[in-house]
Design a protein around this ligand. Structure first.
Ligand SMILES: C[S@@+](CC[C@H](N)C(=O)[O-])C[C@H]1O[C@@H](n2cnc3c(N)ncnc32)[C@H](O)[C@@H]1O
Length: 195
């Protein structure tokens, strides 16, 4: 049986506090039309990006996490679903966020291919993940194994390769607190922009 975030939705925000990702915000363009966070949970990461966007979607398989997100901010448009099968047309989003969620996906390769499909040319992708090669990352990896979460963690180098294989260009890899890192990538307009 797969772990469901529905079970911990009522206590999730208390369990996992979050800091403003200032370093990421400072490196992004100042205005986007349409944004989505995939695996958005209670929306606490996406909320920091609201000042930059006109329209903000949140997608998550857990309805109980999404209900909390909607309570957090009524600007959020919520949709139940998974990364591997995004219920949106091609080239729909200018900004796609994935925070602390990729390692929970059943099929990360398929999820990244879906991101490529739904991201507009020149659109931005921000992924925040845990590096399993760090000491606290190793602890989190074994903890999630004990909780039968079936997580697949990516090192920054491995994630960069996965993005490149899907024709997404890595702009920056940076470190946040503890074992957490981020990648900012762009969907190149042309094949030449991929270099
Ligand atoms: C640790 S929470 C992170 C929530 C939020 N992004 C944050 O930073 O607080 C991971 C989220 O990923 C979601 N998730 C699990 N499998 C998923 C999938 N296949 N596609 C999209 N989201 C998924 C879970 O339901 C959960 O809400």
């Amino acid at each position: 049986m797969k772990f469901s975030f529905d079970i911990i939705a009522p206590i999730y925000d208390k369990l996992i506090p979050y800091q403003e990702p200032r370093e990421i915000l400072d490196q992004l363009p100042r205005a986007f039309e349409t944004m989505i966070e995939i695996g958005a949970g209670t929306g606490k990461f996406a909320e920091f990006f609201l000042p930059l966007v006109n329209e903000a979607w949140l997608l998550d398989p857990s309805p109980r996490m999404l209900i909390r997100a909607k309570r957090r901010n009524h600007r959020f448009k919520i949709k139940t679903g998974v990364a591997e099968n995004l219920p949106f047309p091609d080239s729909f989003f200018d900004l796609i966020l994935v925070s602390d969620s990729l390692h929970h996906w059943d099929d990360p390769e398929k999820g990244i291919a879906e991101i490529k499909r739904c991201l507009k040319p020149s659109g931005h992708l921000v992924i925040v993940e845990i590096n399993p090669k760090t000491k606290p990352g190793r602890f989190i990896t074994s903890m999630e194994k004990t909780l039968l979460m079936k997580s697949t963690f990516f090192t920054p180098e491995h994630l960069h390769i996965l993005l490149t294989n899907n024709e997404l260009r890595t702009k920056k890899i940076g470190k946040l607190r503890g074992p957490t890192y981020y990648i900012i990538a762009v969907n190149p307009k042309t094949q030449q922009d991929l270099q």
